[in-house]
Design a protein around this ligand. Structure first.
Ligand code: C5P
Length: 218
């Protein structure tokens, strides 16, 4: 039997994380948050004073941090060089820096290889930006989640404190532009992905729709 890989791609605030974890829970599958891996490397670069405006410097250190990521949908966690950075990778500082680090081809090559190893031959839900296009192009189920900029900004603002919908909309637009215009593995929808606009859907409706697709395609 071939492995059931469910690729969940899309921009931030599209509802990927909650939906991916919900689908993994419903099907009893593992869950891999590839964004957490890019964030952990970014945390390490900041922690070690790397110059984020110097791609060559980032490339030279791309292989140094030792990452470990748990693939449970209940308690996803990530450590770098043995330090648990599960909370630290969600700060505004890391969020503001991650697109510069994730645009470096050496960082991507390293993480894509680790993601493929983690996916291995087992069933898993994987969320990110390039899962259906690069990491797991043979995944039998590929979903590309979208939502209106307003809905995405509202969701993100509700998760964070001390920010406004307007500030979030601007920050997301900046990150979208960087993620979708970079040379290495930009954010694009795979030709064979199913686009799911979550603007008017509840989380349960999004999960139900993905489960329906899984049933249809497997
Ligand atoms: O999903 P999340 O917002 O945590 O991802 C953080 C950043 O990591 C994205 O803005 C993007 O720059 C990068 N990323 C990526 N490829 C992935 C997952 C995340 O480039 N597969």
């Amino acid at each position: 039997m071939t492995a059931l890989v469910i690729a969940m791609d899309g921009p931030s605030g599209s509802g990927k994380s909650s939906a991916s974890r919900g689908v993994a829970r419903a099907l009893g599958l593992r869950y891999l948050d590839t964004g957490a891996m890019y964030r952990a490397i970014t945390w390490w670069m900041l922690h070690h004073g790397a110059d984020l405006t110097d791609p060559a410097a980032l490339a030279a250190r791309a292989g140094a941090p030792v990452l470990s990521i748990a693939t449970s949908p209940e308690t996803p966690s990530v450590t770098v060089d043995g330090t648990d950075v599960t909370a630290a990778i969600r700060t505004a500082e890391v969020t503001g820096a991650v697109s510069a680090v994730s645009a470096v081809p050496e960082v991507r090559a390293r993480l894509v290889a680790e993601q493929r190893a983690l996916i291995g031959s087992g069933d898993i839900v994987v969320e990110g930006r390039d899962i259906g296009t690069v990491v797991a192009p043979d995944a039998p189920v590929k979903v590309y989640l979208t939502a209106s900029p307003e809905a995405r900004a509202r969701r993100r603002t509700a998760e964070l404190s001390g920010t406004t919908v307007e500030a979030q909309r601007e920050a997301m637009a900046r990150r979208d532009t960087l993620d979708s215009t970079r040379k290495a593995d930009p954010l694009v929808m795979a030709a064979d992905a199913v686009e799911l606009d979550t603007t008017e859907l509840t989380l349960d409706e999004v999960i139900a729709e993905v489960l329906r697709l899984v049933k249809e395609r497997t």
